[in-house]
Design a protein around this ligand. Structure first.
Ligand code: GLN
Length: 197
């Protein structure tokens, strides 16, 4: 039994789909805490930025003065972003007409809603490669961002239709799809097992 209960992971609860992440952390036996204010980051071990709407997230991040504290936190702690969370972690956003300001912690560029209107949202199986081992998981793409540029230091953990959709750069983990909606705990376990020493 791993000592997950030693971990307390923050959930950025400005907006979006954070309850399912909380549920998965509970199933794992890890603690969680809502993060809305800079002081909420104190003594956390890591952070999850959920899916949702990056436009709103970006605005609220500034309104709550969270941007600088989040950047400082991410220098020393693991951060995992799903979907809108991945958009917020990216370096650049293509055709950024809504003026979302990403954190720039992960050396990728993204196209918001890059999977297009026709396939707005869908679920499919894909193969993740975690610690060298392939494993099939179900992935939910919900108005998902597409990675359009991959920096040199970014490791690809899964492709979908020959494009990267799940990536890691040092202490930053990001997926264009949701990993928290079903019963599969593969990704949250990978995060908890490999990002905290
Ligand atoms: N399309 C949304 C955005 O741009 C992300 C969707 C999601 O997080 N499921 O922020």
């Amino acid at each position: 039994m791993k000592a997950y209960k030693r971990l307390t992971i923050g959930l950025l609860t400005l907006q979006g789909d954070f309850e399912r992440h909380r549920h998965q952390l509970e199933l794992l036996g890890a603690g969680s805490r809502d993060v809305r204010l800079p002081s909420d980051l104190e003594s956390l071990d890591g952070l999850i930025i959920p899916g949702g709407e990056s436009t709103t997230m970006s605005i609220l991040m500034d309104r709550f003065d969270l941007r600088r504290p989040l950047l400082a936190f991410a220098r020393r702690h693991p951060v995992y972003g799903t979907c809108a969370g991945m958009i917020m972690l990216a370096k650049n956003i293509e055709n950024n007409i809504s003026g979302v300001k990403p954190l720039g912690l992960l050396d990728i560029d993204v196209d918001r809603n890059g999977y297009g209107r026709q396939i707005y949202s869908f679920e499919d199986e894909l193969e993740v490669h975690l610690n060298g081992l392939p494993k099939k998981i179900k992935a939910a793409f919900i108005r998902a961002p597409r990675i359009t540029r991959l920096g040199k230091g970014v490791q690809v953990l899964a492709d979908y239709r020959k494009e990267p959709v799940f990536v890691r750069q040092n202490n930053i983990l990001a997926s264009s799809f949701h990993t928290e909606l079903g019963d599969d705990m593969t990704v949250i376990k990978y995060f908890a097992d490999n990002f905290f020493s």
